[in-house]
Ligand binder design. Structure first.
Ligand SMILES: Nc1ncnc2c1ncn2[C@@H]1O[C@H](COP(=O)(O)OP(=O)(O)OP(=O)(O)O)[C@@H](O)[C@H]1O
Length: 593
């Protein structure tokens, strides 16, 4: 664990313990001990002891303030539990930086003020329990967090309307005894009135006081409203007119520019043809023989497009092509190179050939993908596109892939059940998030498999190459009725199901997983289910019931009929339930947390 992280956490504990920053020495939080080796009270880490996952400091008389900035230097924190203390003051906006948090338990304290808006950015959050405090003001946009399954905020002073949660996804919900007002949202199929009681300003079913019918407008108000409406309509016409004029100007200018560029390109081509040494092509001698070979004439039809990652700031295409490159793999769709830049930055560059996608479509696809970020999805840092090839630039991740972890020869690496379940849950969450955000754009991953799950510097799993493949014929799974269009999203779900099978059986995947799927089906049919699981899991004493539950999720995902497969949100919820069961089991046996 980095020194900076330790220092920040010790500061956090000092602030939250009391007002004078003192830390109880018997809790072991000091610079000379390791938070992950059981020496820091209430801290637990991942199985490799490389990153902090949980901080649980319930009922130990903490009476200071909550310093989110120092806490959130721990990027990997998933569980924060500070129930039943006397913590005072507000929760700062910086809590939004702890974006790995899945469980936040702050009940029974003296927290006051608003719940910051940044809470709605915690898109991995599942359980938020803040009851028995003095929070006030309106709630942030919590319904934006699609995976939230439990929200308990009773006995506070929250006001305003109750946000429009998707109550069918919530397992627990309680906002009773606050100052909420307005109509009660439609909870009746999911929760009883006890979830909303004690809010004098609320009205409507299932409460006994019905909401007042909206009052008719007075004539004066009516005419004012009419005038306003008229003004807005005229304003709308003016804006539309302006947009149209701007569009025409834009078209004329871009057409002129395109003409100019074309002639420029032709000129460049001619120069290139005259002077072969200027071509950064395969045969070029000016370049290291290990650099990325280019199949093209060397004319850069389009420049390298840099996305929002700071890693490639100011990088030029020539520099990328000239840098020493090592071929890491040659897949079905292209090759992957490890490239080291002059300043030591290490990149992974994927070169895709013959992708029948127009430059414009490719560009807008990449730009859209750049807007959708998830901690467990590796973002592209830059791209290059020409007719013949596309290059995608990522940060190089040195910790290998899931394929390597499961089937590699790293001697003695123990991939226990806890690690496997956490990998499954993180990937499911990330894929559900991406599917949700990119559903309308029709951009699925297209090639989900264990070599495309790679580990970042914290050893957390990341999905790589999202959206790089438009699914082709070979990727289609079997037994689809003829003429039916393929849904790339459900191809991802099949791919994810095969990854689950790999995690459970430890077996290698061949032929798109169809053989492994057949074998698993045959064993399960014969009711030898336990035979399916990886022997190391059985030896470790992993809970067979929960392994069977995960196997059932896998079998649902690889259902030959696309329509019968669950969507990624449902898959993530099922796996999270298994994980929750595992966590409460661990809690009840007292081994962790
Ligand atoms: N950003 C990265 N950093 C480090 N290693 C990576 C990165 N991206 C992919 N890899 C690893 O490099 C290897 C080769 O990747 P490549 O994309 O060529 O293989 P592939 O995904 O099997 O091919 P294809 O997708 O074309 O079928 C894989 O084992 C993968 O785990």
């Amino acid at each position: 664990i980095e020194e900076e992280v330790k220092q920040s956490l010790i500061y956090f504990l000092g602030q939250i313990s009391s007002n004078n920053g003192e830390v109880d020495p018997s809790w072991g939080w000091n610079m000379t001990s390791d938070p992950c080796k059981g020496q820091w009270k209430g801290v637990t880490c991942n199985a490799q002891l490389t990153s902090i996952k949980r901080i649980v400091l319930d009922g130990i008389n903490l009476g200071g303030k909550f310093d989110a900035k120092s806490l959130c230097t721990v990027e990997t924190l998933t569980v924060l539990s500070l129930n039943n203390n006397s913590i005072v003051g507000e929760i700062p906006e910086e809590i939004g930086n702890c974006n790995q948090l899945t469980h936040v338990y702050l009940s029974g304290n003296k927290f006051a003020g608003n719940l910051p808006n940044s809470f709605s950015n915690l898109n991995n959050l599942k359980r938020l329990h803040i009851f028995d405090n003095s929070f006030s003001g309106q709630l942030p946009d919590l319904p934006q967090i699609s995976g939230l399954i439990s929200f308990l905020a009773q006995n506070n002073q929250f006001s305003g309307e109750i946000p429009k949660f998707d109550f069918s996804n919530l397992q627990m919900f309680n906002v009773s005894f606050n100052n909420f007002s307005g109509p009660v949202p439609d909870i009746k199929d999911h929760f009883t009135s006890s979830s909303i009681l004690g809010n004098p300003g609320l009205c409507g079913e299932p409460l006994s006081n019905s909401c007042p019918a909206s009052l008719p407008l007075s004539p004066e108000k009516k005419s004012k409203g009419f005038l306003l409406k008229k003004c807005l309509i005229y304003l709308g016409y003016v804006v539309l007119g302006l947009v149209f004029i701007a569009f025409v100007i834009y078209k004329v200018v871009t057409r002129k520019m395109a003409k100019k560029e074309k002639s420029h390109e032709v000129l460049k081509k001619e120069v290139g043809a005259e002077d072969g040494s200027k071509k950064p092509s395969k045969s070029s001698t000016s370049k290291s023989e290990y650099s990325i070979p280019s199949t093209e004439s060397g004319i850069m039809a389009t420049p390298l497009v840099l996305l929002t990652s700071p890693m490639v700031k100011g990088l030029r295409f020539e520099e990328l092509l000239k840098a020493p490159a090592e071929l890491l793999g040659r897949g079905r769709h292209g090759s992957l190179y490890k490239v080291v830049l002059n300043d030591g930055t290490t990149l992974a560059v994927k070169r895709i050939k013959d992708w029948p996608i127009s430059g414009e479509n490719f560009q807008s696809r990449m730009e859209r993908l750049d807007q959708v970020k998830h901690y467990n999805v590796l973002p592209a840092a830059a791209f290059y596109s020409s007719k013949e090839e596309k290059l995608l630039v990522y940060g190089y991740q040195q910790n290998g892939s899931l394929f390597k972890l499961l089937h590699g020869t790293q001697n003695g690496t123990k991939v226990d059940w806890d690690i496997r379940l956490n990998i499954a849950a993180s990937i499911a969450e990330a894929l559900a998030f991406m599917h949700g955000k990119l559903c309308e754009d029709g951009i699925a991953h297209g090639n989900i498999k264990s070599p495309n799950i790679i580990f970042n510097k914290n050893m957390d799993p990341c999905i790589s190459e999202y959206g790089l493949m438009v699914v082709d014929n070979q990727d289609k799974t079997m037994a689809q009725p003829k003429g039916r269009t393929y849904n790339t999203f459900s191809v991802d779900i099949y791919g994810f199901g095969v990854i689950l099978l790999e995690l459970l059986t430890g077996k290698l995947v061949q032929h798109n997983g169809s053989e492994l799927a057949r074998w698993v089906h045959s064993v399960v049919r014969e009711e030898w289910t336990a035979e399916v699981f990886d022997k190391t899991l059985i030896k470790e004493g992993a809970n067979v019931e929960r392994m069977v539950s995960l196997l059932q999720v896998a079998l649902k995902c690889i259902n030959p009929s696309q329509e019968a497969r669950p969507n990624m949100n449902q898959v993530a919820t099922m796996i999270n339930t298994i994980k929750d069961e595992e966590e409460s089991f661990i809690k009840s046996t007292g081994s962790i947390v």
